[in-house]
Ligand binder design. Structure first.
Ligand code: MG
Length: 223
C-alpha cells in the first residue's frame, strides 16, 4: 500500500514536453546545432545549461561558449516555449490527485525546475492539492536528477518507509534518479520514447498515459 506519491512535473502533471522539445529543436537549429525532439526527451531532467553546453561540446568543440551566451540561448528557448503555447495540465492529472488526496495519502512535487511561479501555476491547475512544504524543487535541491537527492529528500521528509512511497515519472533520467534512491517507480510514458529507453532501470510499472494511471491507482492505494 502506497502512502506517499512523489510526482514529477514536466510530462507528468503538465503536458509541457511537446512544446519544450519543439522549442529546443527550433532554437538549437537557429544556432547551427542539430537537436531532435527525441534528444530533448532523452535529456529531460538535465539542467538547461547542461543541455546547451553538452550540445556545443559535442558538435562545435572549438567554440568558446561564455555563461552570457548560455543565458541568452536559454532566454531564447524560454521565449519560444511561451510562443508555442507553453504548458497545459495533463488530462486526468487532477482526477488522480483528488483521488489520492481523498484517500488521505501524501502528495509531493519533485522537480528540477526552478520557476518561481511554480506554486501559482500548480494552484491554478490543481486547486487545493499542493503545499509549499511538500515541494522539492531546484531551490531545495541544487543537485538534480539523475542524482537521487531530490527523491531522497522527499522520502526523508515524508517520514514513511521506502516501500510505502511511490514515484511517478516520465523520463529516463528521472527513473534513474528514483532507482538510485531505491524507490518504487511508475513510468507514465507520455512522449515518443519506447520501453527500451527505460529498460536499463527496470520501472516497477510502465503505463502509456495518465488515464492508464488513474485506472491503476486503486491497486496502489489498497494493496
Ligand atoms: Mg518529467
Amino acid at each position: 500500500m502506497k502512502k506517499a506519491f512523489f510526482f514529477d512535473m514536466d510530462g507528468v502533471l503538465f503536458n509541457s514536453m511537446p512544446n519544450h522539445a519543439r522549442a529546443w529543436e527550433i532554437v538549437m537549429a537557429r544556432h547551427g546545432l542539430h537537436f531532435t525532439q527525441r534528444d530533448c526527451y532523452m535529456a529531460e531532467g538535465c539542467t538547461s545549461r547542461d543541455v546547451i553546453l553538452n550540445t556545443y561540446h559535442a558538435q562545435q568543440p572549438d567554440r568558446q561558449v561564455s555563461l552570457d551566451d548560455v543565458e541568452e540561448f536559454y532566454r531564447e528557448k524560454r521565449e519560444m516555449f511561451v510562443e508555442l503555447g507553453g504548458a497545459q495540465p495533463m488530462p486526468y492529472a487532477y482526477d488522480v490527485l483528488q483521488a489520492i488526496q481523498a484517500a488521505g495519502r501524501q502528495i509531493w512535487l519533485v522537480t528540477g525546475s526552478a520557476q518561481v511561479s511554480l506554486l501559482d501555476q500548480l494552484n491554478s491547475a490543481f486547486p487545493g492539492i499542493f503545499v509549499r512544504e511538500r515541494m522539492i524543487t531546484a531551490f531545495e535541491c541544487p543537485h538534480g536528477k539523475p542524482r537521487p537527492e531530490p527523491y531522497l529528500k522527499a522520502w526523508e521528509s515524508s517520514g514513511l518507509p521506502k516501500d510505502e512511497c511511490c514515484v511517478i515519472e516520465n523520463a529516463p533520467l528521472g527513473l534513474q534518479a528514483a532507482r538510485a534512491a531505491d524507490l518504487y517507480t511508475v513510468i507514465l510514458n507520455t512522449g515518443p520514447l519506447v520501453y527500451n529507453d527505460f529498460a536499463p532501470w527496470k520501472p516497477d510499472v510502465f503505463l502509456p498515459s495518465m488515464l492508464a494511471f488513474k485506472e491503476h491507482l486503486p491497486q496502489l492505494l489498497n494493496e
